[in-house]
Design a binder for this molecule. Structure first.
Ligand code: AHR
Length: 324
């Protein structure tokens, strides 16, 4: 399982300095004299509750007791930092690399480098525009369908009422933001829903709050509906809406994506109106794929994990048993 590469010591030191740690037992490199599979995981960052649940799921599944040595890096939502982390994993000679790609473009070079080094890559969560010859497999969610489900809810409830809508978009250039926008726009096409504005809040609470404050300043109480590409931005927007003297869930109807605990609580409390789930628990599927590709077994190129959706009553019922 272990690869011996020139420059391992230097690369390991560089990786350690860059990531702050080779966490969860990873000493940063293929050495160690055990039978564990060394996996470098390049996570986007820690922008949202969804991301925390996703990181936790992968750390649990890629544990030593399950046969892995995990070298973890979170790139603080910066594409260059994430690419540098992947390069460092290549230099360390890990057995496999897992990436949750921040943006859809810009992956061709580093994926080619991994391929040339004989290191299989598994993508999880978001997709890339690079050729699928450059990675072994992708497991994630159907973001376009998530956006379409959110848009269909808006259409079913508000078409014919000439309502004004604003959008809080996810990270610019991410497949999650691009595909959700495509699905949502498709669903509301031909309705009389008027999209007043659409700006990125970068999938964060702070971002959601700031952009919503701007929308409220600009459009005041013309806004009837908010579509936020994730719960966290919707939760940030709640503060802005309340501070403006409006009642979230009533004066402004709110539809979001993710269904993490805080979002579901807001839905159960009547502050959100509808949530489309995005399942972050991808760890076991990723671990299974890594084991198979490292063993040389064939795997499916793409696997989509199904999502559900919730209204306020369904959130109340589901909350007590939600695992995240
Ligand atoms: O790629 C999945 C998205 O990334 C989640 O919906 C969002 O919360 C996260 O930051």
């Amino acid at each position: 399982m272990k690869k011996i590469l020139a420059g391992v010591a230097l690369a390991g030191a560089v990786a350690l300095a860059m990531t702050g740690c080779a966490s969860d037992g990873g000493s940063g490199g293929g050495g160690g004299g055990d039978d564990l599979i060394t996996v470098g995981f390049a996570q986007t960052g820690s922008e949202s509750g969804w991301r925390s649940a996703n990181t936790e799921s992968l750390k649990t599944a890629l544990s030593e007791e399950n046969g892995f040595k995990l070298v973890f890096n979170a790139a603080d939502n910066k594409q260059e930092a994430q690419i540098a982390a992947v390069r460092s994993f290549i230099n360390q000679g890990v057995d496999a690399i897992v990436i949750a790609p921040i943006t859809v473009d810009g992956w061709d070079d580093v994926l080619t480098e991994a391929k040339d080094a004989g290191i299989p890559v598994i993508l999880e969560d978001r997709t890339v525009s690079a050729s699928d010859d450059l990675y072994a497999s992708w497991v994630g969610l159907d973001f376009e369908k998530e956006g379409e489900t959110a848009g269909t809810w808006v259409k079913d409830n508000f078409d014919g009422q000439a309502q004004n809508l604003v959008v809080l978009e996810g990270t610019t250039g991410s497949s999650a933001a691009l595909d959700r926008a495509t699905g949502f726009d498709k669903a509301i096409e031909g309705t009389d829903i008027n999209v007043l504005d659409s700006q990125t809040g970068d999938f964060t609470r702070d971002g959601g709050k700031k952009v919503m404050e701007g929308f409220l300043q600009k459009y005041g109480n013309q806004i009837n509906i908010l579509f936020a590409h994730n719960d966290d931005m919707g939760l940030g927007a709640l503060d802005a809406i309340t501070a403006a003297g409006l009642v979230p869930g009533q004066d402004i109807k709110i539809v979001t994506i993710d269904a993490v605990h805080d979002g579901m609580q807001a839905l159960a409390d009547g502050k959100f109106n509808y949530i489309v789930e995005c399942n972050p628990l991808l760890g076991e599927k990723v671990a299974d794929l890594v084991k198979k590709v490292v063993a040389g077994d064939s795997v499916e190129k793409r696997e989509i994990v199904p999502d559900q959706s919730f209204d306020q009553d369904q959130a109340k019922e589901a909350l007590p048993t939600r695992p995240y």
